[in-house]
Design a protein around this ligand. Structure first.
Ligand code: FES
Ligand code: FES
Length: 165
């Protein structure tokens, strides 16, 4: 069947079987392999993407469920000129990227959190990433990276307001 949706801000049309998962559509049909294939049963968060701004496990959705909706994958997250964005830089600087398998999902979990809650507590960050398993870092570095990103974005917003006000 033909599925039409917005993928990383671009109108996308793709033919796919109705029983294909969103994860397989992204990775195998569309070649976006930044979304990782982990447990396949909704428990690890490696396959996380944003669907209309909410964090979802793409292994638990069927491709037709995204029709008419907005999907953001890790390929849709970048800074100016295709460089890493501030969250990605902070993950690297904080030591939150070790094997990297969990990283795309954790970055998207961080982005989803900060879009709803720009100034989260560490407990709120921990809760927001609770569906994303990381076997390497012990999570502290991940929480640090998201916290620093929130603080930096708050400062920038503050400056922008002063500047424009
Ligand atoms: S691969 Fe989807 S939650 Fe693990
Ligand atoms: S960095 Fe290896 S699983 Fe998280």
């Amino acid at each position: 069947m033909l599925i039409e949706f917005q993928l990383n801000g671009k109108p996308t049309q793709v033919e796919a079987p109705a029983d294909l998962t969103l994860l397989d559509l992204l990775r195998d049909t569309l070649g976006l392999t930044g979304t990782k294939h982990g447990c396949d049963i909704g428990e690890c968060g490696a396959c996380s993407v944003l669907l209309d701004g909410e964090l979802v496990n793409s292994c638990m959705l069927l491709a037709p469920q995204v029709a008419g909706r907005q999907v953001i994958t890790i390929e849709g997250v970048s800074g100016p000129h295709n460089t890493p964005n501030d969250m990605q830089e902070n993950f690297i600087d904080s030591g939150a990227v070790q094997c990297g398998f969990c990283t795309p999902g954790l970055i998207l979990a961080g982005e989803a959190l900060l879009s709803h809650n720009p100034n989260p507590t560490r407990a709120e960050i921990r809760e927001a990433i609770s569906g994303n398993l990381c076997r390497c870092t012990g999570y502290q570095q991940v929480i640090d990276a998201i916290e620093v990103t929130a603080q930096q974005r708050q400062k920038q917003d503050g400056k922008a307001q002063v500047h424009h006000g």
